[in-house]
Design a protein around this ligand. Structure first.
Ligand SMILES: Nc1ncnc2c1ncn2[C@@H]1O[C@H](COP(=O)(O)OP(=O)(O)OP(=O)(O)O)[C@@H](O)[C@H]1O
Ligand SMILES: [Mg+2]
Length: 367
């Protein structure tokens, strides 16, 4: 996958940014707060139809403007495609997506059609915040290449929400709550199976990556501790926890409680990892994501790297360069170019550098 150009109108602090890319490595440099990450965010809108930053969509549109527009031209398996994303705030919030010029009705079918892998400092929460953040990482990854998973996940979450709402109704009957069980079980089992398959695939990949970054020192694993393993068990657990769930006001069993330990047997990096080990684990996970997406789609995702370079020590940079070598194209932000040649390991990648200043972007000719 190769991003050939992007047009950005009234997104964040970019009023009018038009960029053409000819290289595999694209750098955005500039001081803090100038609008570098905003460009990566615009790319993520084209891929995920939402931002990779947790943020209120109302904040996307440039202040004092009413709508935003982003258009990307991509080369995918030697075919040209365009994707356009528009967001209107007035009179009501409305999102429009066009694929090759045609308005898309079911936007969720286009989620992940432009495969990207993002590496940014907040990713550390996958380790620090434990299971919830890890389930989200996994769900986002699998949804990006499996429409089936994306749909099952949405269905499961909707049924769970309805069941939880029934649990909160005072004097609700047992029937009105258990009504949801069969659907919850059938969708939940699918989640369990698909998560299990991906985590099995990830296990040795992750272990090898972590070892490689640490020169053999860190022998961490990613494990899967599903909350339920088969439909009968899930049914029984739902029945057994009925009183407890009523008291809690939510459903206490199911794949929304799956655990994904990362570290050593019985010892999670959340508790025992050093900052460096946690970073290594995150980079390893993202490298797994890259590999898995590439395998499934038969195409390399675009790598989006926000502010990560400076945080890496020499060894991790080397490993990172290995990922870069495999990537179709990579977009970075950094405050200055110092150390970039070292970091690229003297490789001869073609690269383009753009300077970002108050939402204005200029090409830097001789970087
Ligand atoms: N809706 C908006 N309209 C106008 N400006 C906005 C909007 N949302 C955010 N901004 C501005 O965008 C700037 C932040 O841009 P961005 O996060 O891309 O910075 P950055 O160059 O990545 O900085 P850093 O190096 O600190 O990460 C801020 O100055 C912020 O005020
Ligand atoms: Mg930034």
């Amino acid at each position: 996958m190769f991003l050939k150009s992007i047009e950005i109108r009234n997104f964040r602090n970019h009023s009018f940014t038009d960029l053409v890319f000819n290289s595999r490595l694209i750098f955005f440099i500039g001081d803090n707060g100038e609008g570098k990450t905003n460009i990566l965010e615009a790319v993520s809108l084209l891929s995920m139809l939402k931002s990779f930053r947790e943020s209120d969509e109302h904040q996307f549109v440039k202040w004092n403007e009413k709508n935003l527009y982003v258009k990307g031209k991509f080369l995918s398996n030697n075919e040209n495609h365009t994707i356009e994303f528009g967001l209107e705030l007035n009179p009501i919030k409305r999102k429009k997506v066009k694929w090759n010029g045609e308005l898309i009705k079911r936007q969720r079918d286009f989620y992940g059609i432009i495969p990207i892998v993002i590496l940014s400092p907040p990713d550390l929460r996958i380790i620090d915040e434990g299971n919830e953040a890890r389930r989200l990482f996994l769900d986002t990854l699998i949804s990006s290449f499996s429409m089936e998973y994306a749909e099952v996940l949405i269905d499961y979450q909707r049924i769970l929400k309805q069941r939880n709402a029934s649990l909160k109704i005072l004097n609700g009957t047992r029937e009105s709550i258990e009504l949801w069980n069969p659907q919850l079980v059938s969708k939940g089992i699918k989640l369990f199976e698909l998560r299990g398959a991906i985590l099995t695939e990830m296990n040795s990949l992750f272990h090898n990556n972590v070892q490689m970054i640490s020169e053999g020192k860190d022998k961490f694993f990613i494990f899967y501790e599903p909350n339920i393993n088969d439909p009968n068990e899930f049914h029984k657990k739902l029945q057994n926890s009925f009183q407890k769930d009523c008291a809690l006001g939510y459903t206490s069993v199911g794949p929304h409680r799956d655990k994904i330990p990362i570290g050593l047997e019985g010892k999670d990096l959340q508790q025992i990892g050093s900052q460096g080990q946690k970073r290594s684990a995150v980079i390893s996970l993202k490298a797994c994501a890259f590999h898995i997406i590439e395998n499934r789609l038969g195409e390399k995702p675009i790598l989006i790297v926000d502010d990560v370079i400076r945080e890496l020590d020499v060894k991790r940079r080397e490993f990172f360069v290995e990922i870069l070598k495999r990537s179709g194209q990579a977009l970075f932000t950094t405050t200055d170019l110092e150390g970039i040649q070292n970091y690229l390991g003297g490789s001869t990648f073609d690269k383009e550098v753009f300077k970002v200043s108050s939402g204005q972007v200029t090409r830097v000719e001789s970087a």
